[in-house]
Design a protein around this ligand. Structure first.
Ligand code: DAH
Length: 335
């Protein structure tokens, strides 16, 4: 039967058409069985080859196999397309919908605020300094002109370690002022972000550990006016252009005069108050300079310290400090 050779091409076209137009996986499989299956039409053609003259058989066999290969390729790609279609939603996709947000983690709000504070101070020439959290009484108190009978040194306020040299967890970052001045000659312009510890019971505004930023500027002819300008600049960057500052006389043993800084802005009014106390500060006490070997007749300086949690609470309108330490993702995800 010489008709075989002529049948190959039309049969191939017919099979191609059937595979390509199959609208479902079931239809596709039907087409596969019909043309390529064990009892399919191409198998039937191969079986008929025996009736061909011997010299025509190789050419016919080759052509049939080529066609089968081509059809198998089409079968696979059509199958992939149909499988993909089966996974797609039956409703049309609305490409204008917002994408699903990627959550790769983010910085803790206290870290964010600390980094913002550091960034502001860096703009005006301050560098970050660091010191130990387990401190000795000398750096935490004595060198800061804080006498032995001062209440801050009471074990009710302070965590002491039970070893003969009686180290303690630093109660403020002011200890780093001493450490830096002991090892560096003036002028000095540093900020010290860090963790501090006090024997406080946790409530909405207290926690036994919290964070402070200390600032120290030592040079010749330094004035309180420099401090006012510096603190105003940083607080306006952090908490808004409308920030107003007010300085009130206070007492710290390591500064003279000593002041407390209150601040007022739309944020404080939102918290129901015109003024909020935000920092302690003052001109470095001559005795402190004496303790680190700086001549108080030559050098002058100011220092300040404020709580980072306090700033973060005002900035974000948070009313309970404990939220910062609970690691509740519902809270953290808001920043
Ligand atoms: N150390 C003080 C505190 O923990 C804050 C402070 C007040 C720091 C006055 C200073 C300063 O450097 O000059 O409450």
């Amino acid at each position: 039967m010489s008709g075989i050779l002529e049948q190959i091409e039309p049969l191939t076209q017919e099979a191609l058409q059937a595979l390509e137009s199959a609208g479902s996986l079931t239809d596709l499989d039907k087409a596969r069985v019909k043309y390529l299956g064990v009892n399919g039409q191409f198998t039937a053609l191969l079986k008929q080859m025996g009736s061909l003259p011997k010299e025509q058989r190789p050419a016919a066999g080759k052509q049939i196999n080529l066609s089968k290969k081509k059809l198998e390729g089409v079968l696979i790609s059509r199958k992939e397309d149909l499988e993909l279609e089966a996974c797609l939603p039956s409703e049309p996709t609305d490409f204008s919908l917002p994408g699903r947000e990627q959550r790769l983690g983010k910085l803790h709000p206290l870290t964010q605020v600390t980094e913002d504070i550091i960034r502001s101070f860096r703009k005006i020439g301050f560098v970050v300094a660091d010191g130990p959290e387990v401190e000795d009484e000398y750096h935490c108190f004595d060198a800061l002109n804080t006498p032995a009978d001062h209440p801050a040194r009471d074990s009710q306020d302070t965590f002491y370690v039970k070893t003969p040299d009686r180290p303690l967890l630093r109660t403020h970052t002011s200890s780093v002022q001493i450490r830096v001045m002991e090892t560096q000659a003036p002028p000095i312009r540093i900020i010290v972000p860090g963790r501090v510890y006090r024997r406080d019971t946790a409530d909405a505004t207290h926690n036994p550990t919290f964070h402070q930023i200390e600032g120290l500027y030592v040079d010749k002819n330094v004035t309180l006016g420099d401090m006012k300008g510096t603190v105003e600049f940083v607080f306006r960057e952090l908490l808004g252009k409308d920030v107003k500052l007010r300085f009130r006389p206070h007492y710290f043993s390591y500064t003279e005069p000593s002041l407390e800084i209150d601040f007022s802005s739309a944020l404080t009014r939102k918290m129901g108050k015109e003024w909020l106390e935000i920092a302690g500060c003052g001109m470095v006490h001559p005795k402190v300079f004496g303790n680190v070997g700086y001549d108080p007749e030559v050098w002058s300086g100011w220092a300040f310290g404020f709580g980072i949690e306090r700033i973060a609470m005002i900035r974000y309108g948070i009313s309970d400090i404990r939220l910062f330490y609970e690691n509740d993702l519902r809270f953290l995800n808001q920043f």
